[in-house]
Ligand binder design. Sequence first.
Ligand SMILES: [Zn+2]
Length: 116
Amino acid sequence: MSKEYKGKCHCGSVQFNVSADLNNSFKCNCSFCVRRASTLVKVDDSKFTLESSENELGSYGSRDFSDHYFCKNCGIQCYTRFKNEKGSGVMVNVGCLEGADSYSLKPSIFEGANKL
Ligand SMILES: [Zn+2]
């Protein structure tokens, strides 16, 4: 079941609200995600609201498929916006969510290495 979470980077410059079901958490094994090793959860665009200024964000990635957004001040990668043939959405770093213990979850593995 989805729950409302407040999310933020380490320094608090980047803040967002998201409604997510952490039972659907996953780790991705693409070349980007193996380096950051975050547990992620995927939500529809409508379930994610950025509360801070876009000026606090840097982004990295392929504009055709995904943009990985990180805090320009503390460097934490908070979320990724993606789009593919099935639509678009946001993959949120569970470690940024207040009240969520990403280490207690049992994330599945997304085979990004073969798809991206
Ligand atoms: Zn920050």
